[in-house]
Design a protein. Structure first.
Length: 317
């Protein structure tokens, strides 16, 4: 395993936004690009490499193949098809399960034994697929989960309260999708609960749910205006990679495997977790209200229903 060697599978908008943010930030020694479209991948290698004279540090960037995964510290999967108009989430999940299954088999055939980060949608389901197909320990398979949702929440709360987003400690939990929720009792600005801040400043408490609705609708709005979202998730994936490479023990809301946690078993879902060089060091199990627990259970039920309908069969075929 080479320290600082990253493989990116999928050179679409999301993957390349991550790659570009890595080029600007530094801290990566080698970045390997893999995609079914070989010509595009070579073009991306060339385009990124031409920016190296202005990058903060030396970095090797090259178009490669799955054999390169063997010595990689982290493989990031952003490949897959986008949801088409009129296509259900289950239909999308079925198509992407087949793609992600093949990709995972190719990664593992190289002898890879590092950490896999999954950003392909539906991300909680696709992370489960990678876990099952790879045979890696669950702590080494991580989904981007609600990292981006949480970033959007922090940004919107900071904008509403006119404070720095770096001092907003808020987390979105559950599915990366419409059934997510915010445990407001565990949301702070600095060291003060946001519920108390809302009361003290005579802000309507209902505004918090409006902000959460804004988070849920953000992707739809961006897609309507510019066809796709990629900068935010690109930055989010870069953040997750840095937490692993730098052994940060950072708290991030990733799609994590639950086993006897939050009353759930054998499922990947977005919850706060401590991330370091081993992947998920441990989960932070929050005390949820009855309503919040019901929302988490509902998120998990939606995912398990899709799994039972066809995903499990595709994994086993």
């Amino acid at each position: 395993m080479k320290k600082g060697k990253i493989v990116l599978v999928g050179t679409g908008f999301v993957g390349m936004s991550m790659a570009y943010s890595m080029l600007n930030r530094g801290g990566i020694e080698e970045l390997i690009l893999i995609d079914i479209d070989k010509e595009k991948t070579i073009g991306e290698e060339m385009d990124l490499s031409h920016g190296l004279p202005f990058a903060p540090q030396k970095m090797v960037i090259k178009a490669g193949d799955y054999a390169e995964c063997k010595e990689a510290e982290i493989v990031v999967i952003t490949a897959g098809v986008a949801q088409k108009p009129g296509q259900t989430r289950l239909e999308l999940a079925e198509v992407n399960t087949k793609i992600i299954k093949t990709i995972t088999q190719n990664i593992m055939a190289s002898g890879f034994h590092g950490i896999i980060i999954v950003a392909s949608n539906p991300v909680d389901l696709m992370t489960y697929v990678v876990y099952k197909v790879s045979g890696l320990p669950s702590n080494q398979v991580i989904g981007s989960g609600t990292v981006l949702d949480t970033a959007r929440l922090r940004y919107m709360l900071a904008d509403y309260l006119k404070v720095s987003s770096k001092n907003v400690h808020a987390y979105i939990m559950g599915e990366h999708g419409d059934s997510s929720f915010v445990p407001w009792n565990h949301t702070y600005v600095g060291c003060k609960k946001i519920i108390d801040i809302m009361k003290d400043n005579h802000h309507p408490i209902e505004d918090l749910e409006k902000i959460h609705e804004g988070v849920i609708n953000a992707a739809y709005e961006i897609i309507e205006k510019k066809k796709a979202t990629y900068y935010g998730i690109g930055m989010s994936l870069n953040r997750l990679v840095r937490a692993i490479l730098d052994n940060e023990n950072a708290v991030l809301t990733v799609s994590t495997y639950l086993e006897e946690k939050y009353g759930q078993e054998d499922i990947y879902i977005g919850v706060p977790a401590i991330i370091n060089e081993n992947g998920v060091r441990e989960l932070l199990e929050l005390e949820l209200t009855k309503e919040e627990q019901e929302k988490l259970d509902h998120s998990c039920q939606l995912i398990k229903k899709m799994r039972e309908d066809s995903i499990e069969r595709i994994i086993e075929d």
